[in-house]
Design a protein around this ligand. Structure first.
Ligand code: ARG
Ligand code: ZN
Length: 857
């Protein structure tokens, strides 16, 4: 059944108070709930209260102390007719956490019990109006065996605790009313890294990061990130924490990254645990970002929550923007922006151009879990970032202040947010609202005209047709631009133009000579810009643009342009060599530019992703894309061999540290190896093996192993075996071991993956492990798109096998197959065939069924 945004109705009944009582056991947990319910004055007066359930049964139901009361089931939901305006409903349910492999609701992970309720997991615990616009004040009592569950946690503050023989109990109260999706409970053997933070108004907050005994030494970076987040949100958004306690718990089995439950965030271990020996620089960054993200949700998500799940981007888009700005302030703003755009292009653009395209505020869904997408999260962040760009940071802040003030304690909508920014920042966002309703990545064509001292930027936009949206209106597209003087390499200042029609000209005077156009600087709009320009101008910008993103972009465009024409077969031998020379010159200038820091230098060396190249083509041939891109890399590796060797030697001297210079050195080390391995594999293998052996940190060791994994050399197996042995018992590092092999350039990846699936350490029960093997594989273009279709079959088999165990995770593997319409005919048929095979299988979950049906279109 399809749920539609336009069908929203306010709840008939509210639940001012909720008391839950848990008798905990991994095998069996009993839940007694007591709901104080009250008729909603804004409802229609329906006397029936609908309490959602999912796979649970009521052992007993009573209303105002009397059992029975004519309750009935309507599918999974429990209905009760109520005559008065206020009642107390008591319900008992029994759960089997150890058997809950879906990891939604209450489940067991690594010996502990924990919950995941967003979006609709609470209804797997007890019957409740499980919708985000029903806010309730929660009191939670839990009791259980002290030996199995020495630590008992829930939202808010612990108000009472006690023990009775081998059993102990705790009562928690959360003073902030919240929707059921923010409820959380954790019980288990945990130890904490404890610290404190004093807020701007002087409130002393206890901070704990809870992990399994033995992991506590790897929580330091997470704690530093948490304290930095708390401070940053005060300074940047004026947001202060609002409880005396903030708990984070790391669990090994988790469907997503983490969850912002009020006062009790639950995290995937991979976004908590780090030390230099086991975590890469990228892992450190991801931890900082996710810790920030979940913390920032305390205001953008919890204090102001969502009216319904169509408004998901209200909290996610805004919170992603907040975590991006935070990470930018903690490290390099330029590099962070480039990384965020890379994610958008490789994960979100394919959504926008495929069968699953949806606006950041969807109009309908069957399974909301399928809408935790790069579109809702990352494009959602870009849309809010555009408002910030148009308003400027100060006025944007006035807008967000007004938003928080107006809607504190409420369940709000995206419209409420836009209105608050409009009023607070003084912007007219009338037409801008189209960004919330229209799917698809706008395509912008830019051309520079020059006449009589005037430089005119001519812009044209089209918004592509997407499923269910055959007609589009022009969107307001804010583009930052600059016009560079060729002679001086300088410009006279940046301009912000807003293209809000199908086409428009923007003229600038005082240009005696034809300038060079730099546009969409800082990636001011999430659009695809095609500039009618020469390679010469791109080389100029790649070397001189003072906007770091624009400089990176010029370099990317140069390479993309070359690869696209080469892949299309439009280049003769000589032309190709000439173009390769231009690319090689641009890379060389990046290698030797003394003004660049190494982190940024590393960005400039990264070749455009195969997925992004495929996006540029109406119909893509993944085999040709891969061959041409790797061919270019090999050519560069040979051509610039000495440069890359010198670079590798230079950065290998830099000692380990967490500072930018040291991190930049590590980034370049592996980048250089990648080129060298493509150019002269045998020599490079030796170098990589040396990097592996000398490594005193995971970034270098993983980088070297990644390069070795792609080569057919004896050093490969040796390093893989060493790595496995060295990190025995460390699940997160073992995940890397699986992922490196599944994601490698080695010709036998398919075989490797098949073998690894039978490895004793592989299990479908743990989402991190599943992703490390199969998502790495599905994202490995050469292997996944093997001409035989074996890659497609492998992923389809996985989906079918995983679906009954963990449907949410299974559904995440459908989109790679859903790209079939944009792939050359032979592979396209094979991909569609696999989707049809899945569709024809009985008893699919709602998650997988929705994705497969939509993908077949
Ligand atoms: N709100 C969480 C976050 O953004 C995501 C939780 C979604 N979980 C799920 N099972 N769909 O960090
Ligand atoms: Zn979030």
């Amino acid at each position: 059944t399809v749920i539609r945004r336009e069908d929203y109705r306010p709840p008939e009944w509210l639940v001012p108070e909720t008391a839950l009582d848990f008798s905990l056991g991994a095998g069996e947990t009993t839940v007694r709930s007591m709901l104080k319910v009250a008729r909603n004055p804004d409802g229609s007066g329906d006397k029936t209260i609908r309490l959602n359930g999912d796979g649970i049964e009521a052992r007993s139901v009573s209303v105002d102390g009397k059992p029975g009361n004519g309750w009935r089931m309507d599918g999974p939901d429990l209905l009760i007719d109520l005559d008065g305006d206020e009642h107390e409903i008591a319900i008992e349910t029994v759960l089997k956490p150890a058997q809950n492999s879906q990891l939604m609701g209450l489940y067991a992970s690594n010996g502990m019990l924990c919950t995941q309720c967003e979006a609709q997991g609470f209804r797997r615990i007890t019957f409740f109006p499980d919708r985000p616009d029903v806010l309730s004040s929660f009191t939670v009592r839990m009791e259980g065996p002290k030996d199995a569950f020495p630590v008992l946690l829930s939202n808010g503050n612990c108000v009472k605790e006690g023990e009775d023989g081998g059993t102990h109990w705790a009562e928690w109260h959360d003073p902030w009313p919240k929707p059921s999706y923010l409820f959380a409970l954790v019980a288990g053997e945990l130890v904490s890294n404890h610290d404190t933070f004093t807020t701007m108004s002087g409130r002393k907050v206890d901070l704990n990061i809870w992990v399994r005994p033995g992991d506590e030494d790897r929580t330091g970076h997470a704690m530093e990130s948490l304290k930095a987040s708390m401070k940053w949100d005060e300074e940047t958004f004026g947001r202060e924490y609002d409880l005396d306690l903030f708990n984070i718990v790391a669990v090994s089995d988790f469907n997503m990254g983490a969850m912002e439950n009020k006062g009790l965030n639950i995290f995937n271990t991979r976004y908590v645990l780090a030390d230099p020996e086991t975590a890469t620089d990228a892992d450190y960054d991801a931890i900082e970002g996710v810790i920030g993200h979940e913390y920032f949700h305390n205001w953008s998500g919890n204090r102001v929550t969502c009216r319904d799940w169509f408004q998901l981007s209200l909290k996610e888009g805004f919170t992603v923007l907040r975590d991006q700005l935070f990470s930018a302030d903690m490290g390099s703003e330029a590099v962070k922006r480039i990384e965020d755009v890379r994610i958008l292009r490789s994960a979100q653009y394919p959504e926008d151009s495929g069968p699953l395209a949806h606006p950041i505020r969807p109009d309908s869904y069957e399974e909301i879990s399928n809408f935790y997408t790069a579109t809702v999260y990352n494009k959602g962040a870009e849309v809010i970032r555009m408002m910030r760009t148009m308003a400027g940071p100060e006025r944007f802040r006035e807008g967000t202040d007004l938003y928080f003030e107006r809607h504190d304690g409420e369940a709000a909508t995206c419209e409420d947010f836009v209105k608050a920014i409009e009023d607070g920042a003084g912007l007219d966002l009338g037409q801008f609202r189209l960004w919330y309703s229209q799917a698809g990545t706008p395509q912008v064509k830019a051309k520079l005209l020059h006449e009589n001292g005037f430089a005119t930027v001519r812009l044209e936009q089209t918004v592509p047709v997407t499923p269910g949206q055959p007609e589009k209106q022009p969107m307001p597209i804010p583009l930052k631009l600059a016009l560079f003087e060729r002679e001086t390499g300088k410009h006279k200042g940046e301009a912000l133009v807003v293209l809000d029609k199908e086409s428009a000209d923007f003229s600038f005077k005082g240009h005696e000579r034809r300038p060079v156009l730099s546009i969409n600087r800082g990636f001011s709009a999430p659009v695809a810009v095609e500039i009618d320009t020469t390679s010469e101008d791109l080389v100029f910008l790649a070397a001189k643009d003072d906007d770091a993103f624009a400089r990176y972009e010029a370099m990317q465009s140069l390479v993309v342009r070359h690869l696209i024409s080469a892949i299309g077969g439009g280049l003769g031998e000589r032309e190709r060599d000439l173009e390769r020379d231009a690319v090689s010159q641009a890379i060389e200038s990046a290698l030797f530019d003394e003004d660049l820091d190494d982190l940024m230098r590393g960005e400039l060396m990264i070749l455009p992703a195969e997925a992004y190249l495929a996006e540029q083509m109406l119909v893509a041939d993944p085999g040709a894309i891969h061959a041409e891109r790797e061919g270019l890399r090999a050519w560069l590796g040979e051509e610039l061999q000495e440069d890359f060797e010198d670079l590798h030697d230079r950065v290998s001297e830099v000692p380990y540290g967490r500072d930018a210079a040291s991190r930049g050195a590590r980034k370049l080390k592996t980048q250089a190896l990648l080129y060298l391995a493509a150019g002269a594999p045998e020599e490079a293998a030796e170098r990589a093996a040396r990097q592996y052996a000398l490594a005193d940190n995971m970034t270098d060791r993983q980088g070297a192993l990644m390069v070795l994994c792609g080569l057919d050399v004896p050093e490969r197996d040796k390093a893989l075996a060493d790595f496995r042995k060295r990190y025995e018992g460390n699940a997160l590092v073992l995940d890397k071991w699986f992922a490196l092999q599944a994601g490698s350039l080695h010709p036998d990846v398919l075989e490797h993956v098949r073998e690894l699936a039978g490895h004793p350490d592989f299990t479908l029960g743990n989402p991190n492990r599943v992703r490390s093997l199969y998502m790495a594989f599905a994202m490995n273009p050469a292997a996944f798109h093997a001409e035989s279709g074996e890659g497609y079959r492998m992923i389809a088999d996985l989906i079918l096998k995983l679906d009954p165990i963990n449907s949410q995770t299974a559904a995440r593997f459908v989109p790679p197959l859903g790209r079939w319409r944009r792939i050359e005919p032979v592979r396209s048929d094979l991909m569609r065939g696999e989707l049809e095979r899945i569709a024809a299988t009985p008893h699919l979950s709602r998650d997988v069924r929705e994705q497969v049906t939509k993908s077949l279109g």
